[in-house]
Design a protein around this ligand. Structure first.
Ligand code: PMP
Length: 422
């Protein structure tokens, strides 16, 4: 990305201007959550200052403004993922809640002996709700293993699919290794055996252009906060018939058509799944984030993000103590993150050292404990980029890691030579 364009992009994010004791903050934990641009912050403040009211009920002016903005936001989301209609966009708190809503809703559709198919690379949010569903119904959980190159074992995937497979749930991109899975192909295969297909798009939406009709999945879930929007707002997209087949999962105001003590009648989707006062400002913030993304040169962004990953990967690969996980440097089926372990150095220590130098990365299992177990490690140090990161920031984190290793090796060899003297 040209330097001027990057500088202009960075200027829109107040958190990227932060300094601690004159050292600029380097934010490389974007897979956990992204920073927020002024336009998102302003849209929310503007709502609170000028349009704040509850939605869908009152007949007054402010409520009309709030309702219009809230429902327009739903349409903005529908266009963003190419959903046929805004009625197919359910507001949730995030990916986790979207998947829980589904797993709860499928309870009556599954029975003992049925199967739910996941992959070994899933986030806990795309594992635990399905485990609970299996416990409730007696269904069995099957798992597609991961190969040494950080990709899924597609032969095993094909072998695990059968008419018993009732649900297939897969991440669009892995938050731990970055791998972008061949979701379109997997969804088609799962549909062939009659499974309901669920895609966890938490790591995809900020990086890829998502087209739910092209993917042809039944459901697609994502969170606002990983794509420059606030936390506490997320989306569940569903095919119209798939949403219509789901029972309500929380009861309360907004989701009903009629309530009486002899029983209640529920609204059609999406309102059936939105009990209580929703996160109005969150939806407005998410729409502002989408408008922000839509105004960007996304192909240029993607190329820049890939360049950041390749550069970081190649520099880290030159350090003998570093092990890299996930697809290779030149892969294009990967989002912009690098996951490593370092021989003889605890990830937590490295994370702390980087934090002392104002570099933010993530260390640990990344809510993907089963994947870590398959890889035979406790966790990784993850450097995850957004389009607003610079090559200088990538160099800073690698320089700090390399410098730390040189210092540690010097200490160790000094200790060794001291030992030799004794
Ligand atoms: N799935 C993936 C792949 C994720 O990376 C995350 C967030 N780390 C989630 C699900 C859960 O998202 P949230 O916490 O926003 O519900």
């Amino acid at each position: 990305m040209p330097e001027a364009a990057l500088a202009q992009l960075r200027a829109q994010f107040p958190a990227l201007q932060l300094k601690v004791a004159d050292t600029p903050l380097v934010y490389l934990d974007n897979a956990a959550t992204s920073q927020k641009p002024h336009c998102v912050i302003d849209a929310m403040v503007n709502h609170w200052q000028r349009h704040n009211a509850n939605v869908h009920r009152a007949s007054h002016r402010l409520s009309r403004f709030a309702t219009e903005a809230f429902e327009e936001a739903r349409q903005t989301v529908a266009r963003f993922i190419n959903a046929p209609s805004a009625a197919q966009i359910v507001w949730t708190r995030g990916t986790t809640e979207s998947i829980n809503l589904l797993a709860y809703g499928f309870t009556n559709q599954l029975k003992a002996g049925d199967e739910v198919l996941l992959t070994a690379m899933e986030h806990h949010a795309n594992i635990v709700p399905w485990q609970l569903l299996c416990e409730r119904t007696g269904a069995v959980l099957n798992v597609v293993p991961v190969l040494g190159d950080g990709r899924l074992d597609m032969a095993q995937f094909a072998a695990l699919l059968s008419p018993r497979t009732k649900v297939f749930a897969v991440g669009h991109a892995s938050n731990a290794l970055g791998t972008i899975h061949p979701v379109q192909q997997m969804v088609a295969a799962a549909k062939n055996v009659g499974a309901i297909t669920v895609v966890d798009g938490a790591q995809a939406v900020a990086h890829l252009t998502v087209d739910v009709q092209a993917l042809d999945c039944d459901f697609y879930a994502f969170s606002g906060h990983k794509m420059f929007a606030p936390s506490g707002i997320g989306v569940l997209y569903g095919k119209a018939a798939a949403l219509a087949a789901l029972p309500p999962w929380q009861g309360g105001g907004e989701m009903i058509e009629k309530v009486s003590f002899s029983g209640s009648r529920f609204q059609a989707p999406p309102f059936r799944f939105e009990a209580g006062t929703p996160n109005i400002e969150g939806a407005i913030g998410l729409a502002a984030a989408i408008e922000f993304i839509n105004a960007q040169p996304r192909q240029q962004w993607l190329a820049h993000e890939q360049a950041l990953r390749q550069h970081t990967y190649q520099r880290l690969a030159a350090l003998p103590e570093v092990t890299l996980y996930g697809p290779p440097a030149d892969a294009n089926d990967v989002v912009s993150l690098v996951s490593i372990t370092i021989d003889g150095v605890h990830g937590k220590d490295m994370g702390m050292l980087l934090d002392q130098q104002q570099v933010a990365v993530r260390v640990g299992h990344h809510c993907a404990m089963p994947l870590m177990e398959q890889l035979g490690i406790n966790g990784t140090l993850r450097i995850s980029f957004a389009a607003y990161n610079s090559l200088a920031e990538a160099d800073r984190v690698v320089d700090l890691i390399a410098g730390f290793l040189v210092d540690t090796l010097a200490d160790t060899s000094a200790e060794n030579s001291a030992d030799n003297l004794v």
